[in-house]
Write a protein that binds this ligand. Structure first.
Ligand code: NAI
Ligand SMILES: C[C@H](CCCC(C)(C)O)[C@H]1CC[C@H]2[C@@H]3[C@H](O)CC4=CC(=O)CC[C@]4(C)[C@H]3CC[C@]12C
Length: 369
């Protein structure tokens, strides 16, 4: 992938490039990768903002396609030097069937790997998730853990199961021979809960708070800490990994990296209040207002309602047994592996990440839709 200093010559493909994270990766690449000649943005649904990117010096090619269709993926990968695979179904609310989650997240990833092998593309960066590790079904805390911390990673939910399987495929593919005789170099990034401009769940909480007269009600103890990372820093990590993968193939190939920055460790709800507070919302209660057993009962009721209503309407509330267990289990990361392996330092401070997210929530700024 050696690039000459004068003419940019690299072709990148970003799958899921119109998603929450994907958009930030696309914009970050255009800002921070001077060797870029062409940027292919592959997504099931193409966003209108892509049009404005087409007027810049880098050729931006929008490709409407489906990662579950091997031939579409192969066509998009053909001639690309690097693939950043962020496409996936993110669903822990029962909106999407387990079959579809598996098809997109696992089969889709397999298609991306095979396309790289077939087309001679050597560098694959995969967006994995903290969920590959945990929280596990036993609700055991993962406190300031790193990539080597022992933890019993046992999942039952289709989303973490699919992400774990996809990550395994990507790591196992490292070292495979690609067309032309060279080897494939892969690695996986595991973001914790991503926040920032375009974060739909944050917007859902904001709207819910507005509906409830500017209040949200605490459901989770403040002592349960949840790892969060700013989308701009996650995007920056992807760009850096992609850039360094060739030079440091022996070190980075087949590796996993948690995504981290200086965002504070807080409970899921208290962290959200860092943004929702300045937007006028208030979190009521210093302790959960409802006892845990009642919340568990409510989640069971929601599950039942979801099942009963399924033939008529999709009922997919934020509260279900899985999301309650997630929010109630400490999962925080403390590592410097990305810094040691490829010199990562967060591009955005906590203050800037916070300010940008608040502006977006208030509808005053931000690129994400
Ligand atoms: N949102 C979060 O907190 C976290 C997300 N992740 C991972 O980051 C990646 C991106 O997630 P988000 O940006 O949050 O989700 P998103 O839903 O905003 O973006 C996913 C994108 O993939 C596209 N896509 C879905 N199915 C596709 C298919 N069959 N073919 C082509 N494109 C398809 C969607 O249209 C969408 O644009 C996912 O792989 C997810 O598992 C990992 C950790 C945390
Ligand atoms: C929606 C949950 C919060 C519920 C709060 C309530 C209703 C009890 O008050 C969210 C708690 C933890 C979130 C997940 C976590 O950040 C890790 C994730 C990683 C991913 O790869 C995808 C998203 C998610 C599963 C994220 C989803 C929302 C929560 C479950």
């Amino acid at each position: 992938m050696a690039a000459c200093a004068e003419a940019p010559e690299l072709v990148y493909l970003v799958t899921g490039g119109c998603g929450f994270l994907g958009e930030h990766v696309v914009r970050m690449l255009l800002e921070q990768e001077p060797r870029l000649r062409e940027l292919r943005v592959f997504d099931l649904r193409l966003s209108p903002w892509l049009e404005e990117l087409k007027t810049g010096p880098v050729q931006v090619t929008a490709i409407q396609g489906d990662v579950t269709q091997a031939h579409e993926v192969a066509a998009a990968v053909s001639g690309a030097h690097v693939v950043i695979h962020t496409a996936g179904v993110v669903d822990v609310f029962g909106r999407v069937s387990p079959e579809t989650i598996y098809k997109v997240n696992v089969q889709g990833t397999q298609n991306v790997i095979e396309a790289c092998v077939q087309m001679g593309t050597r560098f694959l960066v995969h967006t994995s998730s903290m969920e590959v590790v945990g929280p596990n079904i036993k609700g055991q805390p993962f406190h300031r853990g790193d990539e080597d911390t022992p933890y019993e990673a046992v999942h039952k939910h289709p989303y973490p199961q699919s992400k774990a399987q996809a990550e395994r495929l990507v790591l196992e593919a490292n070292g495979r021979e690609v067309r032309g005789g060279l080897t494939l170099v892969t690695c996986a990034l595991r973001p914790t809960g991503i926040y920032g401009e375009g974060h739909q769940i944050m917007r859902d909480f904001y709207r819910q708070g507005l509906r409830l007269g500017g209040r949200l009600f605490r459901a989770v103890p403040a002592s349960v800490e949840h790892g969060r990372v700013y989308v701009g820093n996650v995007a920056w990590m992807h760009v850096l990994v992609a850039r360094e993968l060739e030079q440091r193939a022996a070190l980075m190939g087949g590796q996993v990296y948690f995504c981290y920055d200086q965002s504070p460790y807080k409970s899921y709800e208290d962290f959200n209040m860092e943004f929702l507070g300045p937007c006028g919302l208030r979190l009521v209660g210093t302790r959960p207002l409802l006892p845990h057993w009642l919340l568990v009962l409510l989640t069971a009721l929601n599950t039942l309602l979801q099942w009963l209503l399924r033939p008529l309407v999709l009922y997919a509330p934020l509260l279900n047994p899985y999301t309650l267990a997630m929010a109630n289990t400490t999962f925080t990361v403390s590592t410097n592996k990305a810094q040691r392996h490829f010199g990562y330092k967060p591009l955005f401070s906590w203050e800037v990440s916070r300010a940008r997210t608040i502006l977006w929530l208030q509808g005053k700024e931000g690129s994400a839709q």
